[in-house]
Design a protein around this ligand. Structure first.
Ligand code: DC
Length: 218
């Protein structure tokens, strides 16, 4: 059994940035489960399915095969044999993933993959339901959050830096909508596990957050 660290939290809390740095310091493999939901979303979009077409998503989920490989320590995500890693951060993919990840058939396709990775290796795995559902016996559980304003500011800066024009208010609204969907869905909603450590990064630097989380890990 690998040593397992679960990091859950809302969109934009900095989970992937922090988890990558903790993984480096501690020698764990970083598993980004959001990327797996995004790969499923790429498949639905490639099939011409719209986010509101839930029945089609349900059916198509059975045809999508997501695989994970590690190349130079970086997670590469394969969809039906094709490396789709470069497509995963697109806005349309994120929007589809936010809706399609609520569909039980989609979640069922990814659960074994996530559990198998954690059983074989020392991992830090980030997502929404890792501590509550995927790895309920994880050695360390962290619930990483930050205020909506802080998360929207980080996302706004990230997009602006990439040269993508956006309005701060729209980015904040989008974050709130994602929170609502992630927290209120029936299957595996985002919530803090009872035994998770709450870390609010609103007024913390990246280094501070990494140090706090590393202090709980072996
Ligand atoms: O963390 P992210 O933005 O890459 O995740 C993309 C979507 O997938 C997000 O809307 C929530 C969903 N997700 C999930 O439901 N469960 C997970 N374990 C990880 C992500």
């Amino acid at each position: 059994m690998g040593y397992n660290v679960a990091i859950d939290g809302p969109a934009g809390a900095g989970k992937s940035t922090i988890a990558k740095l903790v993984a480096k310091q501690k020698g764990y493999i970083y598993v980004d489960t959001g990327a797996m939901y995004r790969a499923m979303a790429v498949y639905f979009l490639d099939c011409g399915i719209l986010p509101q077409e839930i029945e089609k998503i349900r059916k198509a989920a059975k045809e999508a095969r997501v695989g994970i490989e590690y190349e130079d320590g970086m997670q590469q995500v394969y969809l039906n044999g094709e490396n789709v890693t470069a497509k995963l951060r697109e806005e349309a993919v994120g929007n589809m993933a936010s809706v399609s990840s609520a569909v039980p058939e989609v979640r069922a396709r990814l659960l074994d993959l996530q559990r198998n990775l954690a059983s074989e290796k020392d991992v830090i795995m980030d997502g929404r339901d890792i501590g509550t559902n995927v790895l309920p016996d994880a050695d360390v559980k962290i619930y990483l959050t930050a205020s909506v304003e802080t998360r929207a500011k980080r996302r706004f800066d990230e997009l602006t830096e990439k040269g993508i024009f956006c309005q701060f208010d729209e980015v904040a609204r989008d974050i709130q909508k994602r929170d609502e969907r992630d927290m209120n869905r029936k299957t595996a909603p985002l919530k803090q596990a009872e035994d998770a450590i709450l870390v609010d990064s609103s007024d913390m630097t990246v280094d501070e957050v990494v140090a706090v989380i590393c202090s709980y890990c072996k």
